[in-house]
Structure formats: C-alpha cells, structure tokens
Design a protein around this ligand. Structure first.
Ligand SMILES: [Fe+2]
Length: 188
C-alpha cells in the first residue's frame, strides 16, 4: 500500500494518535529514507515471519514511538537503521538468541561503524536485563531507542495473535496495540 494512503487511513481509523501530525513532522522523512532501504538490504530469510514485511512494520511502529517521545532525530535515525537490519542475519524463523550478532555483521558489511546502531541490533534478541548492561553504557537516548526497537518488535507479535500489553516497556507502546493489528492486516 502507498504510504500516504496508509497514513491517511491510520489517521481516520485512530484519530487521537496524531498520525497526520506525524506525516508532517521530521520523523516521517527519516522513516521514509530508511524504509526505502528495506528493499535493498540482504535478508537470510525473507518469509512471512521475520522478512521484509515484518521489518517494515517494526520500522513504522518505531517511527511512531520516536515521534510520540520526541526522540532526538540523530538517535531516531540510528534506531531506524537498527530496525532495518535487526533480522537480516536470521537463517531461519526459529527462536534464535544469536541472530543479533549475525544481523550486526550484515550491517557492518554495508555501513560505516556506529556503536549505537550495532549495539541495538546485536542485543535486541536477548533478555533486557543482560542487554541493558551493554546498552546502558551508550550515549544518552540509546536506552530509550532500545526500548522502542524491542517494543516495536513485540507489537508486531500481533501477526501471531499473542501480544500481551504487559510485554511492552513504554506506555506509548500500549496505545499502539490496535495500530499494530491494523498494520498486520494492511502491510503484508
Ligand atoms: Fe524482529
């Protein structure tokens, strides 16, 4: 679906969540640039579970969260880059706590080093407690960006129908639960 049409529909479906304002604000342009990249990066698996469609939804949900919390634009851009690559290293759709490292390797083959982007990708697939020991050492905003990536990834569990609100880390993420369901239906 055309992104303008999608945002228009989201704004009509969820009038209190500010999608029209998001479309006119700075996060939209950052999101759009990274969304275009999803078609170009290599994916180890590109099926219905962890492929490009999932990645597009995670990126868009992250972009909504970044706008709602006014994440600094330079940190938002790093978050969006991490979204693009976070599942590229998967070799199958099974539970795999090592694919963050493999996805990070894909990122590094194609981009200059960035400690924040690399950490977000590397640590997104393990427990928060262990991940935070690493993420907590990064520049200001990285912890929030990490929580946004994790919540956006969790919100897309709507594709399995087993999302629970208590899984989410940020209050804004809970507002996006029905939006995530809508995206599963319309961003395939
Ligand atoms: Fe994911």
């Amino acid at each position: 679906m055309n992104s303008d049409l999608l945002i228009h529909r989201l704004d009509r479906q969820f009038p209190g969540l500010g999608f029209a304002e998001w479309r006119a604000g700075p996060y939209h342009a950052l999101w759009e640039a990274r969304a275009q990249r999803i078609g170009l990066v290599p994916f180890g698996v590109d099926g219905a579970i962890h492929g490009r469609a999932h990645t597009r939804r995670v990126l868009l949900l992250s972009a909504f969260l970044a706008a709602r919390r006014s994440l600094a634009p330079e940190m938002a851009d790093r978050l969006f880059m991490a979204c693009v690559y976070h599942d590229t290293g998967r070799q199958d759709d099974q539970v795999d706590p090592t694919h963050g490292e493999c996805s990070c390797a894909v990122y590094r083959r194609e981009n200059p080093p960035d400690e924040v982007v690399e950490a977000l990708i590397r640590w997104h697939c393990i427990t928060d407690k262990v991940a935070m020991e690493q993420i907590g050492r990064l520049p200001q905003g990285a912890v929030t960006a990490f929580r946004m990536l994790k919540d956006a990834d969790a919100l897309d569990r709507q594709r399995f129908g087993d999302l629970r609100a208590e899984m989410l880390r940020l209050p804004d993420s809970r507002l996006l639960i029905p939006v995530a369901k809508y995206l599963v239906d319309f961003m395939r």
